[in-house]
Design a protein around this ligand. Structure first.
Ligand code: KIV
Ligand code: ZN
Length: 512
C-alpha cells in the first residue's frame, strides 16, 4: 500500500510572517475553515506566545476546527510551550511545534549559546512539551546549514524525549534538491532512533526551489510530511506552495506512489481567499492557481485541447476548483441563493447580522454590475474597509473630477470612529488625489511601498481589486479594496491599510 504524505499547512503562521500579510483573528478562522475543507492534515494556526492576538487566534481555531490537527509554534522555552498548550486546550487533536536554531551561525550570532547549551535546551523543551501534549514536532532552525554530527545528536536526543515529528527546515532557501534529499537521507540513516519519528521537510523559496527541494526530501530523504502554504505565501520569496506539491504528487502518482488526503477541488477557492485576505496577488502564470494556468492562447494548443484535452493538459482545471467564469448571481437573486453560494464557496459568516450585511452589499453591487461572479462574492465578504466592525475608518463615498490637461481633484467622505469627515485634495491622477484627500484628514505619515490593481474577473466590466502596502514606524501592512470603480477600490484599500496600521503591534518575531 502507498505511504501517506502528511500535508502540514503553515499559511497562518509562516505565511503570515510575510511583511504586510498579517491577518485578523476572524480572517484566520475563515482561512482555517477553508483548510479544513481542503482536508489539510495539520494546520499551524499561529505562534501563541508571540502576541495576545495570536494566542486568541490559535485558541479560536483550536475550538472551531474539528477535522485537522491544530498546531502552535513555540520557541524552545517553558513559557512559550505552556502558552501554546493553553491555546490548544480545546482542540480535538493538538500539536506543539517547538524549535531552536542549530547552525553554527545562528547559535553563535543570534542565540549566543554554545552547542551544548542548545542541545540541553532542545531536550528540556521537548520533555516539558511532551508532558502537556502527546503530539510534538521539533525543528532545528536553519537545520540544512547545521553540522551533521551535531544535528544527529540533537535529533536523537529529542526523539528520546518524545518528539514524534522531526522537521528539517531550509530556513534561508539555500538548498538544492539532490543535496537536500541526501542530507535528509544521511540524517535518517545516522540517527539510531530515526524510525521512531515522522520526518518532515520545510523549505523556503529564495532560489525558487522550495517545491523541488521538498519533493527531493520526500523521494530521496524519505520524509512523509511536507510543510507548505497556500500560494507559497511566506517571508521573502515565500514557502513551498501547497497546491504545487499536492498536484505534483497526485498528477505523477506513477512516480511518487504516495497518498495525499487533500480534496483538490477546494484549492482555487483557498488560493483566492488567501490572496484577497492578505493582498498578495497571485501571478497569472503561477502553476495550478494562476489565472493563465489552464488558458490555452496559441491556436495550435487550442485546437489540440478541443480535439483531445490531454494533448496539452496534464491536469483538469475542474479538479482544482476552476469553474469557467460562471455568472452565478444577479440583481434578482434572493437571500437564499446568496447564502447557498456563500456556502458553496466555503464562506461561513459568523452571525445572521453578518450575512444580512453581506447580502445588502451584494444587492448594492448587483445594482451597479449586472453579472456577479464567484470572485465578486469573495471580494465582497473580505472587503474589510466596508464592514470590519472594530475598524476606525470606514469608506462612505467619493467624488472626483479629472479631465485631460487639468489637475484631478477628489473629495472623499469616510467615518472616523463613527463620525463622518470629508477630505479634499488635488493629485497627479484621480487615485493619487483620492488618497491624498484621505491623508489630508488622517495625517498618518505612512509611506506607500506598493500599489497594485487587478481586475477580479478579467474584463473592464469586472471589479478592480486594489492592494495598498503602507509602512510606518517599522510596520508594514497590506490593505485590500474592491469596487467596479478603481478609484473607489483604491480609497477602500487605503482605509483598510490605515485600519491595520492602527491595530496594536505587540508581536514577537518567530525567528527572533
Ligand atoms: O523556516 C524555519 O526555520 C521555520 C521554523 C520556525 C520551522 O519556519
Ligand atoms: Zn519557515
Amino acid at each position: 500500500m502507498a505511504d501517506k504524505l502528511i500535508i502540514f499547512d503553515t499559511t497562518l503562521r509562516d505565511g503570515e510572517q510575510s511583511p504586510g500579510a498579517s491577518m485578523t483573528r476572524d480572517e484566520k478562522l475563515r482561512i482555517a475553515r477553508q483548510l479544513e475543507r481542503l482536508k489539510v492534515d495539520v494546520i499551524e494556526a499561529g505562534f501563541a506566545a508571540s502576541s495576545n492576538g495570536d494566542f486568541e487566534a490559535v485558541q479560536l481555531i483550536a475550538n472551531s476546527i474539528k477535522d485537522s490537527t491544530i498546531c502552535s509554534l513555540s520557541r524552545a522555552n517553558d513559557r512559550d510551550i505552556a502558552r501554546a498548550a493553553e491555546a490548544l486546550k480545546g482542540a480535538n487533536r493538538a500539536r506543539i511545534h517547538t524549535f531552536i536554531a542549530t547552525s553554527p551561525l545562528h547559535m553563535e550570532k543570534k542565540l549566543r549559546m554554545t552547542p551544548e547549551q542548545v542541545l540541553e535546551q532542545a531536550k528540556q523543551s521537548v520533555r516539558f512539551a511532551r508532558n502537556l501534549v502527546g503530539d510534538i514536532e521539533f525543528s532545528p532552525e536553519d537545520g540544512y546549514r547545521s553540522e551533521v554530527d551535531f544535528l544527529c545528536r540533537v535529533i536523537e536526543a529529542v526523539i528520546n524525549e518524545g518528539a514524534t515529528t522531526i522537521n528539517v527546515p531550509d530556513t534561508v532557501g539555500y538548498a538544492v534538491p539532490e543535496l537536500y534529499g541526501q542530507f535528509l537521507k544521511t540524517l535518517r540513516e545516522r540517527v539510531p532512533n530515526s524510525d521512531k519519528a515522522i520526518w518532515s521537510v520545510h523549505c523556503h523559496n529564495d532560489l525558487g526551489m522550495a517545491v523541488a527541494n521538498s519533493l527531493a526530501g520526500v523521494m530521496i530523504g524519505g520524509a512523509r510530511q511536507v510543510e507548505c502554504t497556500i500560494n507559497g505565501l511566506g517571508e521573502r520569496a515565500g514557502n513551498c506552495s501547497l497546491e504545487e506539491v499536492v498536484m505534483a504528487v497526485k498528477t505523477r502518482k506513477d512516480y511518487f506512489n504516495l497518498e495525499v488526503g487533500i480534496d483538490t477541488q477546494h484549492i482555487v477557492a483557498a488560493s483566492r481567499m488567501v490572496s484577497q485576505t492578505t493582498g498578495f496577488v497571485v501571478q497569472p502564470n503561477k502553476a495550478v492557481v494562476g489565472a493563465n494556468a489552464f488558458a490555452h492562447a496559441s491556436g495550435i494548443h487550442q485546437d489540440g485541447v478541443l480535439k483531445a484535452r490531454d494533448t496539452y493538459e496534464i491536469m483538469r482545471a475542474e479538479d482544482v476548483g476552476w469553474s469557467a467564469n460562471k455568472i452565478v448571481l444577479g440583481k434578482l437573486s434572493g437571500r437564499n441563493a446568496f447564502k447557498q453560494r456563500l456556502q458553496d464557496l466555503g464562506v461561513s459568516l459568523e452571525s445572521e447580522a453578518d450575512t444580512n450585511a453581506a447580502f445588502t452589499r451584494f444587492k448594492e453591487l448587483a445594482d451597479r454590475k449586472s453579472e456577479i461572479f464567484d470572485e465578486d462574492i469573495l471580494a465582497l465578504v473580505s472587503d474589510e474597509s466596508v464592514h470590519g466592525q472594530s475598524d476606525q475608518y470606514h469608506f462612505v463615498s467619493l467624488a472626483q473630477h479629472s479631465e485631460t490637461g487639468e489637475r484631478p481633484h477628489a473629495s472623499v467622505v469616510f467615518t472616523v470612529d463613527g463620525k463622518e469627515v470629508k477630505g479634499e485634495a488635488d493629485g497627479n491622477g484621480p487615485v493619487d488625489a483620492s488618497l491624498k484627500a484621505i491623508e489630508s484628514h488622517v495625517k498618518s505619515g505612512a509611506e506607500m511601498v506598493l500599489y497594485s490593481v487587478n481586475a477580479i474577473s478579467g474584463s473592464t466590466e469586472s471589479q478592480g481589486e486594489v492592494t495598498v502596502r503602507l509602512q510606518n514606524s517599522g510596520r508594514v501592512v497590506n490593505g485590500v479594496g474592491a469596487d467596479p470603480d478603481i478609484v473607489v477600490a483604491s480609497a477602500k484599500a487605503y482605509l483598510s491599510a490605515l485600519n491595520k496600521l492602527q491595530s496594536k503591534a505587540d508581536r514577537v518575531a518567530a525567528q527572533g
